[in-house]
Design a protein around this ligand. Sequence first.
Ligand code: FAD
Length: 393
Amino acid sequence: MAIERFPHLEIKRDLREAVQTLCSKFSLDYWEEHDREHIFPEDFRRAFADAGFSGVVIPEEYGGGGGSLGDMVVILEEVAAAGGALNAASAVHLPQLCIPSLLTFGSEEQRRELLPKIASGDLFVTFGVTEPDAGTDTTQISTRATRKGDGWVINGAKVWNSGALQGDKIMLLARTSTPEPGQRKGLGLTLIMTDLEADTIDISPIPKIGRNAVASCEVVFRDHPVADAEIIGEIGQGFYHLLHSLNSERLYIAAEVLGMGRWAVENATRYANERVVFDRKIGMNQSVQHPIARGYLNLLAAGQVVYQAVAEYEAKGGAAVGTLANAAKYLASEAAFQAADDAMQVFGGYSYAREYHIGRFWAESRIQRIAPINNQMILNYIAERSLGLPRSY
Ligand SMILES: Cc1cc2nc3c(=O)[nH]c(=O)nc-3n(C[C@H](O)[C@H](O)[C@H](O)COP(=O)(O)OP(=O)(O)OC[C@H]3O[C@@H](n4cnc5c(N)ncnc54)[C@H](O)[C@@H]3O)c2cc1C
């Protein structure tokens, strides 16, 4: 699709083109096969790291590219838009999630040891917060780290830990104490980064309906030992350390779904111009044109909000963009799923044939209305913080 149809594509155009060049080596069939066969896209991940993209937001002194959040936002949008959708974006995105916590709350020793390896792609860190009985309400987690000798032992279960089959380490949130009555609910949780390969950890993939190249797993800890050196930041403050990086995560997700929505609109448009039914192109029907046009407009608007949020983030810092970052994630994820769903209708029966790829975008764009935070919680946030309505949860 012509770049001028989405004005935000002018932002960091050279970087976009570099990512597109790399992604063009991985065809739609590559992604279809990896998704169908549940194969992690290791060669894509490696090529991506070798090109220097994995460490873009890591400062140069820790082996990274010294770039900005906006660079990674552009990278993730283009990765998703190139046809790999969320399978591709997740392979790149997952190890990024621990970077803000390490940079801000990690010790100098942890930064020097871990960040250069993340930048080079030699260390894949997954993110373990969700538990069977604690999804949206993170403060309810029960995985516990208990003092034992001069270290700790972890017991409990995480679910949906994406990338656990490939991951070298997991950054998890564990309970180290229980808040006293009247204390803040988020107190007593601690961030820990520990090796995933251990005989005290069991990992089982959860069969799921999409994004199958990147497994999400149940991860069970049975007296798993950790040292003090594996704790990131202050004991008992892990929940608040994570809040610190939420807005960057919202923007990464928003960019990914924006890219996926672009792909859906682009391909629905192409197909509507090609497919002939009743002796004319199906794109001559307004009932085919209008949903595609609406999808384009919704994504156009979402793109403006995403990059306005990025600009504010870069100018004023992450804490200043709560409303815009939440708005960006909400608008982009709703627009992208609607665009993919409408594209399914345009493709008719062929939408269900894997070789047309649209089904992958449909299933994968659906996830981002639920995870990492569901859009109802975003509306709760906007209602409370932007509109002054009572807190509802
Ligand atoms: C493919 C995939 C990958 C994932 N990867 C990871 C990962 O790598 N690491 C990780 O830690 N987690 C991961 N998750 C988990 C994800 O973050 C959770 O699924 C998400 O936080 C929602 O939690 P839940 O599924 O327990 O939903 P619940 O908390 O059970 O909520 C269910 C639904 O109830 C509604 N709801 C709940 N509370 C409210 C409220 N107060 N107001 C309005 N509506 C409400 C929402 O609609 C919500 O969707 C992943 C999930 C998926 C599907």
